[in-house]
Design a protein around this ligand. Structure first.
Ligand SMILES: *Cc1c(COP(=O)(O)O)cnc(C)c1O
Length: 477
């Protein structure tokens, strides 16, 4: 009954009779209750004391000033902003899920069973032999995977200093390789937007620790030469790393492990509908083939094989150590488990098919040039001689979120668009209209856009670098 104990009651209110100031603000006397030295404490803390309707209206209004997948399409390419079914919140909010992570394995068998089950689901979906749930984001999964590859090479006495990455890759790939201490070798794309196999052959050698690859790549193109690519890397003694951000295009239809990948991460917030972290907890599990399993982070959940049914958290033999606390962000992982279990094999394969269908449908419906194709789950249209960011700002006026702009660089003035499987035909038509009207608008209209949103065009650089996050910021406007 953890729920009931935590609930704030009317009796609690009576115990802490508020001291109301004239303005209706609550003043709390904090002087005597603090164990801190005087120079570190304040004399008085004034907090707003709004009524429940005021609080409800305040937060509802704030939520409407921003964009959300719950209010409209959000085709932000590469990010996969898809709807998170609300039942997964109920599952994660079950009081039984709220176990302290430091309890003994024997007392949390249900938790470990669920971790083990998710490891098995993910291994099966990716064609991997073992999975760790510990990394707290896709980027953290990348670093974990590349550190595992590094430990593997070191254990086998291979002194390798380079990681090869296609120019079209996500920025986190380059950062990961550098953070793991590798030199980055950037690979150009061929004229079809895919890995240039000849250039790869020339770039790979005895210094190559790994090739990091996203498939389908960041403009939604499947790397058709993946078998040859895998041979080139493996023949040189390197490992093949799969960036799983686009795995939603392949679910239930193709598996990285079968393509020759040795290690991969899963962005559960892109593929399995857990929330995007947004600074909060996320998860980026990592899968590996058998040869790499002994290097996985600790603790790792496994089945006890002594005739009894049970689970335990152990340290793999040559573990790279910890990359996060305990077995990872457990409440996020429950949501991934619930989503996979609810959809099942057929549902996951259906999600992938619809994601691909929607991307290709929308690419056909917009007036901009869309190079390459046919696509998997996303495509990069080009705004040509218009500014992609201006077109995107104008799209906001039509009640849709715009796509990712000006990335990847291989498509000039790119508008990287991923409608996801959740949009129906009428919503895709709304998106196409927003694209087409914005693209055709005059320079003056674009320069002034957005004109119908709560906030007009903001200074994005200073909003990111010097954000004002308190409620007072609104009064200052
Ligand atoms: C989102 C993304 C990442 C990083 O994942 P996070 O979970 O956001 O850290 C890596 N590669 C690609 C292609 C991505 O789209």
């Amino acid at each position: 009954m953890i729920h009931d104990q935590a609930r704030y009651t009317r009796e609690d209110d009576a115990l802490h009779e508020p001291l109301l100031s004239e303005k209706g603000e609550q003043t709390v006397d904090v002087r005597d209750s603090s164990p801190l030295p005087d120079d570190l404490t304040r004399e008085e803390l004034t907090l707003p004391n709004p009524s429940e309707p005021e609080v409800a209206r305040h937060y509802t209004r704030l939520s409407q000033m921003n964009w959300a997948i719950d209010t409209g399409p959000y085709p932000l390419g590469s990010c996969t902003m898809k709807y998170n079914p609300k039942f997964t919140e109920d599952v994660a909010a079950d009081p039984n899920a709220a176990v302290h992570p430091d309890r003994s394995d024997r007392s949390v068998q249900g938790t470990l069973e669920l971790c083990y089950g998710l490891q098995e689901f993910l291994a099966d979906i990716g064609g991997m032999d073992a999975v760790t749930l510990q990394p707290p984001a896709g980027a953290a999964g990348e670093l974990t995977g590349i550190l595992i590859a590094k430990a593997y090479h070191e254990h086998h006495g291979n002194d390798r200093s380079e990681v090869v990455i296609p120019a079209s890759a996500h920025g986190t790939n380059f950062a990961t390789a550098a953070m793991a201490g590798y030199d980055v070798v950037e690979l150009p794309s061929d004229e079809n937007g895919r890995v240039d196999v000849e250039a790869l052959d020339a770039a790979v050698g005895e210094d190559t620790a790994a090739l990091m690859l996203t498939n389908p790549n960041t403009v939604g193109l499947f790397e058709r030469d993946i078998a040859e690519i895998a041979d080139i890397v493996h023949d040189a003694g390197g490992l093949l790393y799969y960036d799983g951000a686009n795995l939603n295009a392949l679910l239930g239809r193709a598996r990285p492990g079968d393509m020759g990948f040795d290690v991969m991460h899963y962005n559960v917030h892109k593929t399995f509908a857990t929330p995007h972290g947004g600074g909060g907890p996320g998860a980026g599990p990592v899968g590996v083939v058998e040869e790499l399993a002994e290097f996985l982070p600790t603790p790792h959940v496994r089945e006890i094989n002594d005739g009894n049914v049970g689970y335990e958290a152990v340290e793999p033999e040559r573990s790279i150590g910890k990359v996060h606390g305990f077995t990872g962000n457990w409440l996020v992982l429950i949501k991934a488990y619930a989503y996979i279990a609810r959809l099942g094999d057929a549902g996951l394969a259906d999600a992938a098919a619809k994601a691909v269908l929607n991307a290709n449908y929308l690419a056909e419906r917009i007036d901009m040039d869309v190079p390459h194709g046919p696509f998997h789950h996303e495509f990069a249209a080009t705004a040509g001689d218009r500014d992609a960011a201006d077109v995107a700002k104008r799209m906001l006026d039509f009640g849709v979120h715009p796509p990712t702009t000006k990335w990847p660089a291989m498509v000039p003035e790119a508008m990287l668009t991923e409608p996801t499987e959740i949009e129906n035909r009428s919503s895709l038509e709304d998106l196409a209209t927003a694209f087409n009207v914005a693209y055709a608008d005059s320079d003056e209209v674009l320069a002034d856009a957005p004109s119908r949103t709560t906030a007009r065009r903001i200074d994005q650089a200073s909003a990111a670098r010097t954000p004002r996050l308190s409620w007072q910021a609104l009064d200052d406007e």
